[in-house]
Design a protein. Structure first.
Ligand code: UFG
Length: 333
């Protein structure tokens, strides 16, 4: 019999790619999502329930109806800058609701949990690339939210036999346009869609700070293709299914690119120059984030296949064209 995986936030960017991969691997996919970004998410391969993952009435109905094997949790607020300005919303959604959900899930005997953590838990790097032993010093409420939940998971694993895998994402990027999946944030704050839209629509791309402690003064990030990221969730789940112990892993490629390097690459992919404006630093940004990914490779057998930067930008560009050039989103045609 197919195993049913419940995906919180499964219509979002990373959740949807992971959900599709689960479906392709033969799992039954059940999604709870508020669809707050206005996504037209009606893929035939998943059952989508439009709800808040904190709605206990809906959760009761779902857990009564389905035999859930494991939960993947993607339903978080993610904009680092906004978390600095509105920490209460972030603690409410990313911490309180998550703990309540864990309690609910455990009360229904579901014990496997894959958590979307973040490299933001480390704060400014002391040593690059960063491995899992890097000290924690998150500088944004978002990073602190993720760290609190990691501590909760550790304690729940000891006390309540929760089996979890926590994946500390670096920068998710790219898309799977062939399967009508890609980045659809509203408002969009991420560098790649904003750069591509600036080039296409002759708008100005703002560089947030050129005075960072990096070779060219702009922030360096480790961009990982969303399909490689999604695969790690399935490997994490299968690792728990085969008796693996609860654990946490950095999830990045091990290579970093500066904002200026990204601009050059994006211009090459689109074949057009971009208007650029240098602005102030954005709240909550750190100089450099690059993963040491030895642990996830060794324990989960994860190997990135899609994360070449050209492929990331090309797939993101294809998705932008489908999504924003009048073609609209026609799912499962
Ligand atoms: N940037 C710009 N201009 C823009 C947008 C971004 O210069 O218009 C810069 C940012 O300052 C940053 C880099 O591009 O240096 C990447 O920014 P993104 O917003 O694309 O990604 P972040 O690194 O801020 O955020 C991502 C995830 C978060 C996660 C974080 C870890 O979206 O969920 O990585 O720090 F927490």
């Amino acid at each position: 019999m197919k195993k049913t995986i419940l995906i919180l936030g499964g219509a979002g960017y990373i959740g949807s790619h992971s959900a599709y991969l689960l479906y392709k691997r033969g799992y039954e996919v059940l999604i709870i999502d508020k669809l707050i970004h206005g996504q037209n998410f009606d893929h035939k391969w998943a059952t989508v329930i439009k709800a808040d993952f904190a709605d206990e009435k809906v959760l009761n109905q779902i857990f009564d109806k389905y035999k859930i094997d494991a939960v993947m949790h993607f339903a978080a607020f993610i904009e680092v800058g906004i978390s600095v300005k509105k920490p209460a919303n972030f603690y409410e959604n990313n911490v309180i609701k998550t703990i309540n959900f864990l309690d609910f899930m455990l009360s229904r005997g579901v014990k496997k949990f894959i958590f979307s953590s973040s490299c933001a838990i480390y704060g400014n790097p002391i040593k690059v690339p960063m491995n899992e032993k890097h000290p924690f010093d998150p500088i944004s409420p978002y990073g602190k939210n993720k760290l609190v939940i990691e501590f909760v998971l550790q304690d729940y694993a000891k006390a309540y036999d929760l089996k979890y895998v926590s994946l500390r994402y670096f920068n998710a990027a790219g898309a799977d346009p062939e399967n009508n999946l890609g980045e659809q944030h509203n408002p969009e704050t991420h560098i790649i869609p904003l750069m591509l839209r600036a080039i296409k629509n002759n708008k100005t791309f703002k560089i947030f700070g050129t005075d960072y402690n990096t070779p060219d003064g702009t922030c360096v990030r480790d961009y990982i293709h969303v399909l490689d990221l999604a695969l790690a969730h399935i490997l994490g789940l299968e690792y728990l299914n085969s008796g693996g112990k609860s654990d946490y892993f950095n999830l990045g490629t091990g290579k970093g690119y500066s904002v200026k390097e990204m601009i050059n690459m994006a211009q090459n992919v689109v074949g057009k120059k971009m208007n650029i404006q240098v602005c102030e630093r954005r709240l909550g940004d750190v100089d450099t984030l690059i993963a040491d990914n030895k642990k996830i490779k060794a324990i989960l057998g994860w190997i990135p296949k899609y994360s070449d930067l050209n492929n990331i930008l090309n797939t993101a560009f294809l998705w932008e064209n489908i999504n924003y050039e009048g073609v609209g989103i026609h799912l499962d045609k």
